[in-house]
Design a protein around this ligand. Structure first.
Ligand code: TMO
Length: 322
């Protein structure tokens, strides 16, 4: 008996080793799954971006992932992604955020995760009834703004006798539009006011129409206004480097821009399945316009809008997860 003990111990060691090895093998298989750590998705201050945050969060959750949302500044977010505090950005608008995005990309830690199908434009424009009423003949050509008889139809009590343009919140573009107005020689006739929120832009559209006065506001596409008779002003074409922040004279409009996605560089390692799905995600102009419309026209909450969008578009988003 005594001399069989080493054999028995040997057998136990072999079996234990096998069990350990198989366990290890199992763990190796699990490495291809996603971490249970939350994927951090930023929310900003325009409707499609917030709805799309919950749409994408819902898609990740359907794949078994955990998600958290953080309200973030729309310029600083690219540095937050670069250092890993935020995991993704799903609406990188070229005109507003291209420079912050490129700066973070060049520093390292942030990856360009491709473009949506939708192209973008972010610029000043007007509801079509402004032209129908003859308030500024010659629009959408920007040179129509040089006419004092045009500018006077856009005066408001707070505009110091000049025509008023209502720009979005200053966090979106800094001084881009005031600089442009001055660079184009329009500063004597026009002033730029910053709105406190996107909702203030839509409130201005309604107020101006009610009061029968002209209005020029900042707007963008894709948006809920795409089908609603809004026209962007034709400024001199954008060229690389034309903006003051890039060393240019500022006499240019906004680019025919991309709408990109970005991720923290570790995301494909920590959450390979979610990262692969996010890489495939691409939304069209009409899909993004619809996300905004559920909030800004139908007055749903962003969360409910996302739930409705996901329920109505299963075949669209399920394809991203395969
Ligand atoms: C970034 N934005 C869509 C408001 O122009």
């Amino acid at each position: 008996m005594k001399n069989k003990l080493p054999l028995l111990i040997g057998a136990i060691v072999v079996i234990a080793g096998l069990v350990f090895f198989m366990g290890g093998g199992d763990k190796t298989a699990k490495k291809s799954g996603d971490s249970s750590a939350p994927i951090v998705i930023p929310t900003h201050n325009w409707s499609s971006q917030i709805v799309m945050a919950y749409v994408i969060g819902g898609i990740f959750e359907s794949m078994g992932n955990n998600v958290s949302y953080v309200n973030a500044d729309s310029q600083a977010v690219y540095e937050s992604i670069r250092i890993g505090d935020v995991t993704i950005s799903h609406e990188v608008w070229e005109s507003a955020f291209g420079k912050s995005f490129t700066t973070a990309l060049d520093k390292g830690g942030l990856l360009d995760w491709g473009d949506h199908e939708a192209r973008t434009l972010e610029d000043m424009g007007y509801p079509n009834w402004v032209v129908d009423k003859g308030l500024c003949p010659g629009l959408p050509d920007w040179t129509a703004l040089k006419n004092p008889d045009c500018a006077k139809n856009f005066v408001t009590p707070d505009s110091g006798g000049k025509g008023r343009m209502l720009e979005g919140p200053q966090t979106w573009h800094g001084d881009l539009i005031p600089q442009r107005v001055d660079a184009l020689g329009l500063g004597d006739l026009w002033m730029v006011k910053f709105a406190g929120s996107a909702d203030a832009l839509w409130a201005e559209l309604a107020a101006a129409e009610k009061e029968g006065r002209g209005t020029i506001i900042f707007n963008w596409t894709p948006n809920f206004t795409d089908g609603a008779g809004f026209t962007f002003i034709d400024f001199p074409p954008y060229t690389a480097g034309c903006r003051p922040e890039d060393g240019g004279d500022g006499k240019c409009g906004s680019p025919d821009g991309y709408l990109k996605k970005a991720v923290h560089e570790d995301f494909p390692n920590t959450h390979p399945n979610a990262a692969a799905a996010f890489k495939k995600m691409s939304f069209s102009t009409s899909q993004i316009g619809a996300m905004a419309a559920l909030v800004d026209i139908d007055k749903m909450t962003h969360e409910d809008a996302a739930k409705k969008w996901l329920a109505d578009n299963e075949s669209v988003w399920k394809a991203f997860t395969k």
